[in-house]
Design a protein around this ligand. Structure first.
Ligand code: ATP
Length: 507
């Protein structure tokens, strides 16, 4: 069942040699025989050969159609091609024009710049691009430029000088690392305020695919390259908070997370067990829990409304943010939002087991690190563990994949608008310090840490973090699922009818 509207076009076409009536409705539904295709949800693009129109679509295999059926079962989408033969040139012209007008009314991207990181994850990004991304972009008639990343920070370099007027979006076929490089590249441009409005897409092809997982999971879709690509093609967007991390003259722009203590130690130090594959994390986590480290330090924060009772009152009288003057550091670009130490009204003193700050819910495909995190609420979700018995910690860690850890009595879970981290030494060995990990990369390594001789952007010292609400834009799957199917919401239908009326001149 569904909403039936007067057809915009009604015609007779040849399908598999048989003359068949076909209609296009004002809502953008194509109907013929027992078939029904929603242009908005299912049609990716179309091509014309002589009098033949080939409609490139993606259909759900099980659980009913998006367009006419119900909503049951698992969503498995497959590329399909539907062919009609028009019976006259006039007919051909009006069909291609009306379908094109409808697609154009949806605000889909036409030109994309695509980064592919052949080095990320299981080194399968190039294959993922060829097998899952390219065919859909071709079906959608999108004009795209592909850039394989050749070295670390290549994507950032390219984003810094990209001719942004030539593209409707930048897509990263990679893990989160390339996305973060692109965000940093855009914000380091002189024209950062317009550059950062470029819609960004991410197709999961790395080890850490937290952003893709967060976007897709939010609407109940599985984290696959084709679901992510379809979301980009369909062109729905949403804003994304960006956190500016600053230390003196240095800036780093984060869209995912910051970790210090247990989580960062596991992430970074387990690299020495890379040969184990994904088991390295679990293996090293157990080691770290049984030889648990606690770190001295202090955090200060501006609590989000409703969280003002967390921690204790902070006295920040006389504290200021020192700006290191240097002639060769980042000069152009965004400097981050204004910061007033007097706003930092709460603090928690160490020692700490772990500090974890999150911008989006999923830290990776199997870590629902901050279940309440929102893409553009203007806050970061803060997960603090001060102390915890080892067995409780072990079970808490196994809860992370479902987000259950935040309910543990050993965990403080709150939202902050701004944050100061003052990292200190290890409690058991004051000659040693820790590692600060941001969006999967090491931002600072203290004394006596793994690879402590490697250069990092910041030093293991006080950091300031502040969120800009919705500064970036990401392509995201539509939350309006089953628009024309089992959901018969009048408001949804009305919205698209209006959109269609604008695009199609009803004669
Ligand atoms: N050709 C290359 N050689 C080496 N490193 C590269 C290359 N291209 C990109 N990189 C680096 O690879 C890192 C990982 O990128 P990506 O986002 O694809 O995956 P990830 O899931 O974040 O990390 P990984 O899979 O390496 O754990 C980035 O820091 C990037 O700078």
């Amino acid at each position: 069942m569904g909403h039936t509207a007067a057809p915009v076009l009604s015609d007779r076409v040849r399908v598999n040699g048989v003359i068949t009536p076909v209609t296009l409705t004002v809502e953008g539904k194509l109907r013929w025989r027992e078939n029904c295709l929603s242009i908005e949800k299912e049609v990716v693009g179309f091509s014309i050969e002589g009098f033949k129109i080939k409609i490139k679509a993606v259909k759900e295999n099980k659980g009913g159609g998006i367009c006419c059926g119900g909503n049951t079962g698992v969503t498995v989408r497959r590329r399909r091609c539907f062919k009609f033969e028009l019976l006259s040139e006039d007919s051909m012209r009006s069909w291609s024009q009306k379908i094109q007008e409808f697609i154009d009314s949806l605000g889909r991207p036409k030109r994309l710049f695509v980064f592919v990181n052949p080095y990320g994850g299981k080194r399968s990004a190039s294959k993922i691009f060829i097998d899952s991304v390219k065919p859909l972009l071709d079906d959608a008639n999108i004009d795209y430029t592909v850039q394989e990343t050749k070295y670390q920070l290549h994507a950032k370099e390219v984003a810094k000088s990209l001719d942004i007027l030539r593209y409707d979006g930048v897509v990263c076929v990679s893990g989160d690392g390339i996305l973060v490089e692109v965000v940093n590249g855009l914000l380091e441009r002189e024209d950062w305020d317009s550059a950062i409005k470029m819609p960004l897409g991410v197709v999961p092809a790395g080890t850490g695919n937290g952003m893709a997982k967060s976007l897709l999971d939010a609407v109940g879709l599985s984290c696959t390259a084709s679901n992510a690509t379809l979301a980009i093609i369909r062109g729905h967007k949403q804003s994304l908070d960006v956190a500016t991390i600053s230390q003196g003259q240095y800036r780093f722009f984060s869209v995912l997370c910051l970790a210090w203590g247990l989580i960062s130690d596991i992430d970074i130090e387990s690299e020495k067990y890379r040969w184990m594959g994904s088991a390295r994390i679990d293996y090293y986590a157990i080691q770290r829990i049984f030889r648990l480290r606690r770190y001295n330090g202090c955090i200060k924060f501006v609590a989000a409304p409703g969280y003002e009772t967390f921690g204790e009152p902070a006295d920040v009288e006389g504290e200021s943010i020192s700006e290191v003057k240097s002639s060769f550091l980042q000069h152009k670009g965004y400097r981050g939002p204004a910061f007033h130490m007097k706003d930092f009204n709460r603090k928690i003193e160490g020692p700490f087991v772990s500090i974890w700050l999150h911008n989006v819910p999923w830290g990776g495909e199997d870590a629902l690190a901050a279940p309440d995190a929102k893409f553009s609420d203007g806050f970061l979700d803060l997960v603090v563990i001060k102390d915890c018995p080892k067995l409780a910690l072990l079970s808490l860690m196994t809860e992370i994949n479902k987000g259950g850890h935040v309910r543990s009595p050993h965990v403080l879970y709150l939202k902050v608008k701004a944050f100061v981290l003052e990292p200190g030494t290890r409690l058991d060995d004051p000659s040693k310090e820790g590692i600060i990990d941001v969006d999967g990369e090491v931002l600072a390594r203290g004394k006596g840490t793994y690879k402590s001789n490697h250069k990092t952007l910041m030093t293991y010292d006080k950091l300031h973090i502040k969120v800009d609400q919705g500064l970036a834009t990401v392509f995201s799957p539509s939350t309006e699922k089953f628009l024309f199917g089992s959901c018969n919401k009048k408001s949804c239908i009305k919205k698209y009818e209006n959109q269609m009326r604008k695009a199609i001149t009803l004669k």
